[in-house]
Design a protein around this ligand. Sequence first.
Ligand SMILES: Cc1cc2nc3c(=O)[nH]c(=O)nc-3n(C[C@H](O)[C@H](O)[C@H](O)COP(=O)(O)O)c2cc1C
Length: 195
Amino acid sequence: MSNKKRLIVAISGADGIQLAFCLLRLLKDNDEIESHLVISKGAEKALGTLNNIDALKAMADVVYDNEDNRADIASGSYETIGMIVIPCSMKTLSSIRNSYADGLIARAADVCIKEHRCLVLVTRESPLSAIHLDNMAYLARLQNVFIMPPVLTYYTGVNSLKDMEIQIVGRILNKFKIVVTGYQTWNSKNKNLSI
Ligand SMILES: Cc1cc2nc3c(=O)[nH]c(=O)nc-3n(C[C@H](O)[C@H](O)[C@H](O)COP(=O)(O)O)c2cc1C
């Protein structure tokens, strides 16, 4: 049996799937983490046009079908360190908020919530409606649930989209105590950082 820590990564059909590529690439290079991937049908449709869904799956250690409600991660008895939904569509957000576990993504998130495991939702939509905000506010009050939209950081002085992705993903993985090379945190003494 592997000593690696299991981390669930779910991808739903919102803009920003490139962030999932960045995250899975970093996890692939991390010897301590075993990634467990689930992709929604919505994401597969959006991704299908880019033709790189196989490349995405190839980076994960374990891949599940979202229809597979008998999968390991559907049970709380299967130990994981938590789950990241990246990007998280408003539809998936709503199913998680309502505990409407019609697919494996919503079920695995439901398990994380009931087991008080870390659950990060990288919600993506603009503008946000009152319904979206209400769903996020509800979930943000639960223990170990973090709503982390892909917010840009300028104080780190990054000058490429790829570097910005590292900042966004680095901050997410920081919630699981996973260190990302190149991810910069604020340090008032560092003259390279400024607002
Ligand atoms: C090009 C494109 C971009 C989309 N971007 C978003 C988005 O950023 N956020 C969102 O909530 N839905 C977005 N959608 C809509 C979702 O894909 C749609 O609601 C889908 O049913 C979500 O299903 P899923 O959550 O099961 O993946 C987008 C759809 C398309 C075609």
